[in-house]
Ligand binder design. Structure first.
Ligand code: FAD
Ligand code: 6V0
Length: 330
C-alpha cells in the first residue's frame, strides 16, 4: 500500500469523516484548512460571551451508520442528546411544537466533535488551497501564498460546492457538477442578556420573514455561559436580500424580529454578534454520495453531495473514503 499521503482539503465534518475512515483503513492523510481550527460550518465561535454555535445548531441521525458514529461521540463525551422545549410559528401564533425527533449537539460546544475527530491527524491550518495539479503520478497543491505541498497519492476536496469547483479544474466533469450546485447564504446573530428571558422556549421554528430559527444556548447540555444567549438564523431569502448589509443593520433587524415574536419583555442585550455564512446550505439536496474520478484519484465530498446537513456531510466524507479504499484494493 502507498506510503504517500492522501490530501484532504477542508477540515469540516465531511473532510474529517473521510480522514477517519481512511486512517482506519491504514492510509496516511494530511488535512488542509484555511481557518485557524477545524469544524467549518459546524464550528463554534469563541466570543466574549463564551463559545457559541453560530453555524449548525444541532443535528439529527436518521442513517444507521451515522447513528452509530453519534453513539460513539456520546460515549467519548463529545456529543449529547439535546431535549429542547420546541416552539413553532403557525398562522402568526407561537405555540409549543413537540415531536419525537432525537436531536444532538456537541458538548461543551459544537466544536468538540470535529476537535475530537481531528485528534492527532496531521493538519495545516491557515492555509487556503487555490490550485491542485496532477503530475505523472502524484498530486501537488498550492496555497494562496504560492507555497506548494506534495506529493499526494489522491486528493479529496471537502469544501462547499461553489468553492470546490475552482479546485476541481483537473476533473472537468466534477467541476461542472459542483458549478451547478447553488449554495444559499445565512446570516446568524447571537444576543446575550444579563437577566434570563422569562420564556419557556428553548428553540423555535419561525420560517417567516427575516427569522428562520432561534434557540437558547443554555438549554444545550454542557454550556456554561453567564449570559442568557440566544442564537438566531435568518431565512435564506432574507439573507440573500441583505447579503451586503452591515453587521449592525443585521443585528438590529433580527433583534427587532425576535422582540416582536417573543412572549415576554426583551431587555437590551449585553452582547451581540453577527456572522455571515456565504455558502451555508445547498439550495437542493443531491443523491451523489460523493463525486469522483477514481482513476485520476480526485474526489469531492461535502453536505452538498447529499442532504445539506451534518449527517449528509459525514456520510459524504465516508463515501469518498470508501471509493478510494475500494479502488486501491482492486
Ligand atoms: C447557519 C447554519 C446553520 C446550520 N444548521 C444546521 C443544523 O441545525 N443541522 C444540521 O444538520 N446542519 C446544519 N447546518 C449545515 C451544516 O453545518 C453543514 O451541512 C456541515 O457542517 C457541512 O460540513 P462540510 O464538511 O461539508 O463543509 P464545511 O463545514 O463548510 O467545511 C469545509 C471546510 O473547508 C475549509 N475550506 C474551504 N475552502 C478552502 C480552501 N480553498 N482551502 C482550504 N480550506 C478550505 C473551510 O474553512 C471549512 O473548514 C447549518 C449550517 C449553517 C451555516
Ligand atoms: N441555516 C442554515 O444555513 C441551515 C439550516 N439547517 C437547518 O438544520 C435543521 C436540520 O434538519 P434536520 O436534521 O432534518 O432536523 P429536524 O428534523 O429538527 O428539522 C427538519 C425540519 O422539520 C421541521 N420541524 C422539525 N421539527 C419541528 C417541530 N417540532 N415543529 C415544527 N417544525 C419542525 C422544520 O421545518 C425543520 O427545518 C433544519 O432546521 C434546517 O433548516 C440545515 C442546513 C443549513
Amino acid at each position: 500500500m502507498s506510503s504517500v499521503s492522501i490530501a484532504i482539503i477542508g477540515a469540516g465534518i465531511s473532510g474529517l469523516s473521510a480522514a477517519q475512515a481512511l486512517q482506519e483503513a491504514g492510509l496516511p492523510v494530511h488535512l488542509f484548512d484555511k481557518s485557524r481550527g477545524s469544524g467549518g460550518r459546524m464550528a463554534s465561535k469563541r466570543t466574549e460571551a463564551g463559545r457559541l454555535d453560530l453555524g449548525a445548531a444541532y443535528f439529527t441521525a436518521r442513517d444507521r451508520r451515522f447513528a452509530a458514529a453519534v453513539r460513539d461521540w456520546q460515549a467519548r463525551g463529545w456529543a449529547s442528546e439535546w431535549r429542547p422545549s420546541l416552539y413553532e410559528l403557525r398562522q402568526g401564533q407561537l405555540g409549543p411544537s413537540q415531536d419525537e425527533q432525537e436531536r444532538y449537539v456537541g458538548t461543551p460546544s459544537m466544536s468538540a466533535i470535529t476537535r475530537g475527530l481531528l485528534g492527532e491527524t496531521p493538519v495545516t491550518f491557515g492555509c487556503r488551497i487555490t490550485e491542485i495539479f496532477r503530475g505523472t503520478r502524484h498530486w501537488t497543491l498550492q496555497d494562496a501564498d504560492g507555497q506548494s505541498y506534495g506529493p499526494f497519492s489522491q486528493v479529496v476536496v471537502a469544501i462547499p460546492a461553489t468553492q470546490a469547483c475552482n479546485l476541481l479544474t483537473a476533473a472537468p466533469v466534477l467541476a461542472g457538477k459542483a458549478a451547478n450546485v447553488a449554495m444559499e447564504p445565512t446570516w446568524s446573530v447571537a444576543l446575550g442578556f444579563s437577566t434570563p428571558l422569562e420564556t419557556g422556549m428553548d428553540g423555535c421554528f419561525v420560517r417567516n420573514g427575516a427569522l428562520d430559527w432561534f434557540s437558547r444556548d443554555r438549554s444545550k447540555p454542557g454550556r456554561d455561559n453567564p449570559l442568557d444567549t440566544w442564537v438566531m438564523h435568518a431565512t435564506s431569502q432574507w439573507s440573500r436580500e441583505h447579503l451586503d448589509a452591515s453587521k449592525e443593520t443585521v443585528i438590529e433587524h433580527l433583534h427587532g424580529a425576535f422582540a416582536e415574536l417573543l412572549d415576554c419583555p426583551l431587555p437590551e442585550p449585553a452582547f451581540s454578534i453577527a456572522h455571515r455564512w456565504l455558502y451555508a446550505r445547498p439550495a437542493q439536496p443531491h443523491q451523489w454520495g460523493s463525486l469522483a474520478d477514481v482513476d485520476m484519484g480526485i474526489h469531492a465530498c461535502g453536505d452538498w453531495c447529499l442532504s445539506g446537513r451534518v449527517e449528509g456531510a459525514w456520510l459524504s466524507g465516508r463515501e469518498a473514503a470508501r471509493r478510494i479504499i475500494e479502488h486501491l484494493d482492486k
